[in-house]
Design a binder for this molecule. Structure first.
Ligand code: C2E
Ligand code: CA
Ligand code: CA
Length: 731
């Protein structure tokens, strides 16, 4: 029998009738038997012609209970339905009991004869399954409704499909209000509400015991929850929705705050108390790695004249005021800051990630501003001010107690000055932070009022004294303070980000000026522009350079961007990519202050730069210490071996100039020739035709020989110096 063939069409129809998928490995007949023998439906193969039963599977034998042996070879006594129809038959068991079975047929070929494949499904079994399912559903529903957990099911569209009694108790909406609707909108104190969490769970996240506090019930009462979720799947295994289990932990949280609070929390504001603050502060200090100096600050906040308020309005209002203060402070801080109530009318704040002392005074001001808004306490309206003392780690204390003490002293000083202000523990820091903040706001105004001017310092070819380029240098003319040197304001502009618009203005002004000189009929000179890290890192930097070049019409090879080593060390590959983009435009790149950084020569050799600018500190030392002179010659030799140009800046004396000429430096910049000048004075210099009059008398040349020797020596020693990289640039 097992060698019999079943046509593929029949097989397909059989497989379709059996909920088992196992086609691949077995022969057709073997597959038939394996499917049929394991099928829960009764299967009979009946000869079409004489209705003799040829095959019965175990399930069929079960339906015709006790008569299995007799089945095969017997004639099937029931009317056979048409293909595609379902009919019902009564089956008599051997024990006399009768049951009903559902019957359907398929035509097939069986051992060379036409046959019916008859499928029988006992209706009793079906009923039993349904009974079990119904009972299960009943039990499940009882369980769901008896559970103290709020149990809710949502479909993938976020509509409620199940809502337990506890859900009604917890949230306040009843089943009829929510079934088929979107999950009711829950309001809360923070950014996170149950609704935002549900959205995330529908997107695939899951919650397991997650606490969510500060929610509101339908009637507005406070609600704290603990949540679990699970995904629901349909019969095809696809996501069909989610089930949410929520425990109402409002009471528990309240008690916890009461009990735990007596040790770690302040009962009035529910903020951490002094013990916990001290502990957290010490932990932060302990975590600092040796050598690392993360600046963080402790702010000590005290309400001014709180005792008077307490006295005149009574303790209840006094308590309300403290709660309001806690609320306003918490609302003005970041999650990473740590706020605690550390005394009667005093709060302490641990500020982390303050990069500059001015950050802590800025935050202190924010807190003072928040506090100065009108406060309504019952029928009373009042304005409260506060004083803040700031202690900075490690200047004002290397451990928690000293820092707290310093912050406290500083706060007392702020109070003595009349309140409503903040005060650093260290006076210098006060001044430093104040100057920084003043400078920052002045920079904004300066930019808007056009107080900046660009000066230009000539760069000279020492061979013939001609001006080959200028470096643009920014000047700020403050209406009261006069000229402020760039070393004072550029770092502030860099920190505040103002350098981006200011730097853009510099770039544009420099390019327009260079173009204007050409249009005035002067020989073309290259203009160098200093670029800050913050500008270079800006995603718009390269497009902006392209735009400025396009708008000004300046030939890109007349623009040189001065970069520093420090801005080129992180994200090497990204930086090289940006540099290559600039080079493709035709722009020149130089490395400013060369020799002061710590980059590996192998790295520098990979950078697509044109020029090394020898830092003025080395130039200054020429003739004073022998090392400085050798550093200059070494840099020139290095540049030579990498195929780069050199410029020395800060050349002030004839001796320095002669040294540079003798060692083959390509260009010279410095007070010896000219200080940085306003554009019109520079124009006069150009017209005068350069500085050949200031050049030394020519001397017999020994320099080239020396230069070559040094080049070989240096390349040999360093070992890492690669030949100059070849880039292909589109001009
Ligand atoms: P830097 O790029 O190293 O500029 C060279 C500085 O040396 C300039 O100072 C220049 O006036 C000065 N200098 C030139 N020749 C001599 C000399 O012979 N002797 C002496 N003692 N000094 C000389 P400056 O103009 O005060 O600029 C200081 C720094 O400010 C610049 O150093 C640069 O880092 C920054 N800076 C200036 N303008 C800009 C700008 O537009 N953007 C950016 N990002 N930084 C700028
Ligand atoms: Ca420079
Ligand atoms: Ca420099």
């Amino acid at each position: 029998m097992s060698s019999e063939k079943i046509s593929s069409e029949q097989l397909a129809s059989i497989v379709e009738n059996f909920p088992i998928i196992a086609k691949k490995v077995m022969s057709d007949a073997a597959l038939f038997y394996s499917l049929a023998e394991n099928n829960s439906d009764g299967l009979l193969v009946i000869c079409k012609e004489n209705k003799i039963i040829r095959y019965a599977n175990p399930a069929a034998k079960k339906i015709f209970h006790g008569t299995s042996d007799a089945l095969i070879g017997q004639q099937f006594g029931h009317i056979i339905p048409k293909e595609g129809e379902v009919s019902e038959i009564n089956v008599a068991h051997a024990n006399g009991r009768k049951t009903k079975a559902e019957m359907r047929i398929k035509l097939m070929e069986w051992q060379g004869e036409r046959a019916y494949l008859l499928t029988l499904r006992s209706m009793e079994a079906q009923r039993r399954t349904k009974d079990i399912t119904d009972k299960n559903a009943e039990r499940l529903s009882a369980l769901v409704n008896a559970s103290p957990l709020a149990i809710m099911a949502l479909d993938m569209g976020g509509r409620v499909t199940q809502w337990s009694k506890a859900a009604t108790r917890t949230f306040g909406w009843n089943e009829f209000e929510v079934l088929g609707q979107e999950f009711p909108s829950i309001t809360g104190n923070g950014k996170e509400t149950l609704n935002t969490l549900i959205e995330r769970v529908l997107d695939g996240a899951s919650l397991s015991g997650r606490e969510l506090t500060g929610q509101r019930r339908k009637n507005g009462d406070a609600l704290d929850l603990q949540l679990w979720t699970t995904a629901l799947h349909n019969s095809q295994g696809l996501n069909s929705g989610i089930m949410i289990f929520a425990a109402d932990i409002t009471e528990h949280k309240h008690n916890e705050a009461r009990y735990v609070g007596s040790v770690n929390r302040d009962l009035l504001t529910l903020l951490p108390n002094r013990v916990q603050f001290r502990e957290r502060l010490q932990q932060s200090i302990d975590k600092i790695e040796p050598g690392e100096q993360p600046p963080f600050a402790v702010l000590h906040f005290g309400l001014d004249r709180f005792k008077n308020i307490n006295h005149s309005l009574g303790h209840t209002k006094g308590d309300q005021l403290l709660r309001e203060a806690a609320h306003r402070l918490a609302g003005s801080l970041y999650d990473t800051d740590f706020l605690a109530r550390t005394g009667g009318d005093e709060f302490s704040i641990l500020l982390r990630d303050v990069r500059h002392v001015s950050d802590s005074s800025r935050i202190a001001q924010k807190l003072l501003d928040a506090m100065s808004q009108m406060i309504v306490l019952g029928g009373n309206k009042l304005f409260a001010t506060a004083s803040i003392g700031i202690a900075v780690y490690p200047q004002d204390g290397a451990d928690a107690d000293t820092l707290l003490h310093s912050a406290d002293i500083a706060m007392q000083r702020a109070k003595e000055r009349g309140g409503g202000s903040s005060q650093f523990h260290t006076d210098d820091l006060d001044l430093h932070a104040k100057q920084h903040l003043d400078m920052e706001s002045n920079l904004h105004q300066a930019y808007e009022r056009g107080e900046f001017e660009l000066y230009y310092q000539p760069q000279i070819n020492p061979g013939n004294g001609s001006i080959v380029g200028v470096e643009s240098l920014l000047r700020w003319f403050h209406p009261e303070k006069g000229m402020i040197p760039p070393d004072q304001f550029i770092p502030v502009a860099e920190r505040s980000g103002m350098i981006v618009p200011i730097g853009e203005w510099v770039l544009r002004t420099a390019c327009l000026q260079a173009k204007a000189w050409i249009e005035a009929g002067l020989p073309p000179v290259r203009v160098a522009v200093n670029i800050s890290a913050r500008q270079f890192d800006h995603p718009q930097f390269v497009p902006n350079v392209a735009k400025v070049l396009h708008d000004s019409g300046l030939d890109p090879k007349l623009l040189e961007l001065e970069l520093t080593e420090s801005m080129l060390v992180k994200n090497t590959e990204d930086i090289i990519a940006i540099m290559i983009n600039l080079k493709r435009m035709g722009v020149k790149l130089s490395l400013d202050d060369f020799g002061t950084g710590y980059s590996a020569l192998s790295y520098l050799a990979r950078l697509p730069i044109d020029t090394l600018k020898i830092d003025q500190s080395f130039v200054r030392g020429i003739g004073q210490t022998p090392t400085n002179g050798s550093i200059c010659t070494a840099i020139i030799a290095l540049a030579d071996s990498l195929g780069l140009r050199t410029i020395s800046e800060g050349v002030e004396t004839m001796e320095q100039l002669e040294f540079m000429i003798a060692h083959g430096c390509d260009e010279i910049q410095g007070y010896f020739f000219s200080r940085p000048l306003p554009a019109d004075e520079c124009t006069r210099l150009f017209s005068a035709g350069g500085f050949s009059n200031l050049l030394p008398e020519p001397k017999p040349a020994c320099s080239n020989e020396l230069k070559k020797k040094l080049g070989v020596l240096l390349a040999g020693q360093a070992g890492v110096i690669a030949p100059a990289p070849q880039y292909e640039y589109e001009m």
